[in-house]
Design a binder for this molecule. Structure first.
Ligand code: ZN
Length: 81
């Protein structure tokens, strides 16, 4: 195999990888735009924090302020609203 064939193969492969990465990133961004929120991990999406002493009493979850959802890490990092 000559050096030119090797270089051509490398160029084709790197282009293919670049296109695949671009498609993956675009899909991820679209998904973030459509579904920018995830369940709050601390309250498991309920939005409330139960008291350990009194089972009937609860307060708003301090992490999500009672909404039960949080902005996904990707949406926060890429600043997608
Ligand atoms: Zn929460």
């Amino acid at each position: 195999m000559s050096i030119l064939t090797a270089l051509a193969t490398l160029a084709i492969y790197s282009t293919a990888v670049a296109v695949l990465v671009l498609i993956a990133v675009t899909t991820y961004r679209l998904n973030l735009k459509r579904h920018p929120f995830t369940d709050c991990r601390r309250c498991k999406g309920t939005g409330e924090r139960r008291s350990r002493l009194f089972a009937h009493s609860f307060g708003y979850c301090p992490d999500c302020h009672g909404s039960g959802h949080k902005v996904r890490a990707g949406a926060r990092l890429l600043n997608i609203r």
